[in-house]
Design a protein around this ligand. Structure first.
Ligand SMILES: [Zn+2]
Length: 142
């Protein structure tokens, strides 16, 4: 396998993460995340089973992303990276809220059903929302 591990996070991604932590009152998960950069689109598909329209995949403290150069060319590198990192940070949040919350926070409102779904369940206090829907009671945020 030609994947390599991405060690240096771009400053903007780090900044995004810090902002998210502040807003949610969360801290970085106790389990670190490993980011694998696929060598080619072909390999990305083989590793994840996802189509090329998906830039990255998070699962179980591992992120697999398409080749960085390709994501940059599409202009979605930071967005994809931040998105997957947020899944990591929200590892304890109920599954059904992860996608809507992340899309909403990143300002992607293309899919109305996401925001609509969240609107029904979001009480305006992000930190409280996250605590209320945190499924892992052993490691509560804060
Ligand atoms: Zn996602």
């Amino acid at each position: 396998m030609g994947v390599r591990i991405l060690n240096d996070l771009p400053e903007i991604a780090v900044h995004n993460i810090q902002e998210f932590l502040l807003e949610t009152g969360l801290t970085l998960p106790p389990t670190p995340v490993v980011i694998y950069e696929a060598e080619s689109l072909d390999e990305f598909h083989r590793l994840t089973g996802k189509p090329y329209s998906i830039g990255g995949v998070y699962s179980d403290f591992q992120i697999v992303i398409q080749p960085v150069q390709i994501l940059k060319r599409k202009g979605v590198f930071i967005q994809v990276l931040t998105h997957e990192l947020l899944h990591w940070i929200l590892y304890g949040l109920e599954e059904k809220y992860q996608e809507p919350l992340i899309s909403w926070w990143l300002g992607l409102r293309k899919d109305e059903s996401f925001t609509h779904y969240l609107d029904l369940n979001y009480n305006g206090d992000l930190a409280l929302f996250v605590r209320l829907h945190w499924k892992d009671q052993r490691i509560p945020p804060r």
